[in-house]
Write a protein that binds this ligand. Structure first.
Ligand code: NDP
Length: 386
């Protein structure tokens, strides 16, 4: 039986890996691709749609609709654009949707697909960080299964025994520590974006690599885990594990820790999500324990990586603090990339905006999320420019 799948963010790193995995899992004999979506990279999107025989291709950028339509002329593939195009893709009776649009733009189509009852393979961070309760509610009402794609949450999902929830002690999210794991606070004050983007283990885009260096990526993952696995803030722990072989762990009340290990390759987590509840063969590197030699662990340093402290604060405060943290961080991150703010200032700015906006109520609609995100960005921009 083929499964109907839409890939949101097909032209990105996760999207490209997803199409690779779809090929490995049987291609068109296993999956019928209802829609592929992209944004700026229309040429690549059209090529992917043709190669993978998608029914529809959507560019989120309306101004590129003409280019997409031209590139698909004579192929029988429907071209669509903008929010209405994404909405259509989300409403196509998909069995599963890969949610890999980057940023807040991923929120509306993923919420829509969840409410429509599709299983969601979730890579996008904002759905949980900014809109956790709203998104979890949409998934529950839609009746689909939420399967995380981020390697840490995939690991937890794989070893989380829901029937043992009452014996759950904690989840332990592993962090590589990034390129600045051993740098002093003083050295970190002067690093630039080129140094910050050099991740030791994973090959990723610019922003997520810098978020890994500042550990803001780990901060977002803590908040995601809280919502995804219905945890209290004190059940979410982080440990630095430089080799990125253990992708995360779950600890139980009897002292047992269950862990998921693997080579650092996103295709394992993507393949797990697409084949769930089965496990299917994938051509990825196998761990060779004889060559691994050792696995190291360290406590995270919240003085050098204050993002972790901010995540805990956001989890404890609840409400719209996740959306505020993310919005403010995004502005600070862009400013850092453009050389308008220092590496450590990213956390200072985010903290100041979170404290200023800690009276924001709980979101009841996606508009509340956009409003909090917008206000956080406006305030962070003021601080950057001050
Ligand atoms: P990329 O930047 O590589 O790809 C992002 C995708 O989103 C592209 O298809 C892009 O289209 C599309 N896009 C960009 N802007 C918009 C917009 N305004 N509206 C609609 N679509 C848009 O990101 P990744 O694939 O690396 O990551 C995707 C998500 O998954 C992110 O939230 C990331 O944090 C998360 N993630 C990524 C991991 C990784 O290893 N890469 C690991 C875990 C989570 P185009 O390229 O055509 O402009």
């Amino acid at each position: 039986m083929t499964r109907r799948i839409a890939v949101f963010g097909a032209t990105g790193s996760i999207g490209i890996n997803t199409l690779d995995v779809i090929g490995q899992l049987g291609g068109s004999s296993a999956f019928e691709i209802t829609a592929l979506t992209g944004h700026a990279n229309v040429e690549k999107l059209a090529r992917q749609a043709i190669d993978h025989r998608a029914a529809m291709a959507v560019t989120a950028d309306e101004s590129r609709y003409g280019d997409l339509k031209d590139a698909l002329a004579g192929t029988g593939i429907t071209a669509a654009a903008g929010a209405s195009g994404l909405d259509e893709a989300a409403s196509m009776q998909n069995d599963i949707v890969m949610a890999a649009i980057v940023g807040t733009a991923g929120l509306a189509p993923t919420l829509k697909a969840a409410a429509a009852g599709a299983d969601i393979a979730l890579a996008n961070k904002e759905c949980l960080v900014s809109a956790g309760p709203l998104f979890m509610d949409a998934v529950q009402r839609g009746g689909g299964t939420l399967i995380p794609v981020d390697s840490e949450h995939s690991a937890i999902f794989q070893v989380f025994e829901e029937h043992q929830r009452r014996a759950l002690d904690r989840v332990i999210i592993t962090a590589s520590g990034g390129p600045f794991r051993t740098k002093t606070l003083e050295e970190m004050r002067h690093v630039d974006a080129a140094t910050a983007r050099a991740h030791p283990n994973w090959s990723m885009g610019l922003k997520i690599s810098i978020d890994s260096a500042s550990m803001f990526n780990k901060a977002l993952e803590m908040i995601e885990a809280q919502h995804l696995f219905r945890l209290t803030p004190d059940q979410v722990e982080v440990v630095v594990h430089p080799q990125s072989i253990i992708h995360s762990m779950v600890g139980y009340a009897d002292g047992s820790i269950l862990a998921q290990l693997g080579a650092p390759d996103m295709r394992t987590a993507i393949g797990y999500a697409l084949a769930y509840p089965e496990r299917r063969p994938l051509a990825v590197e196998r761990l060779d324990f004889a060559k691994l030699a050792r696995l190291d662990f360290e406590a995270p340093d919240e003085t050098r990586f204050p993002a972790l402290k901010l995540a805990r604060r956001a989890m404890e405060r609840g409400g719209l603090q996740g959306a505020v943290l993310n919005g403010a961080k995004e502005v600070a991150l862009e400013a850092f990339i453009e050389g308008r703010c220092g590496f450590l200032e990213m956390a200072d700015i985010t903290e100041a905006v979170m404290d200023a906006l800690d009276d924001l109520k709980t979101a009841t609609s996606i508009d509340d999320i956009y409003a909090a995100d917008g206000e956080a960005r406006r305030r962070a921009a003021e601080l950057v420019n001050a």
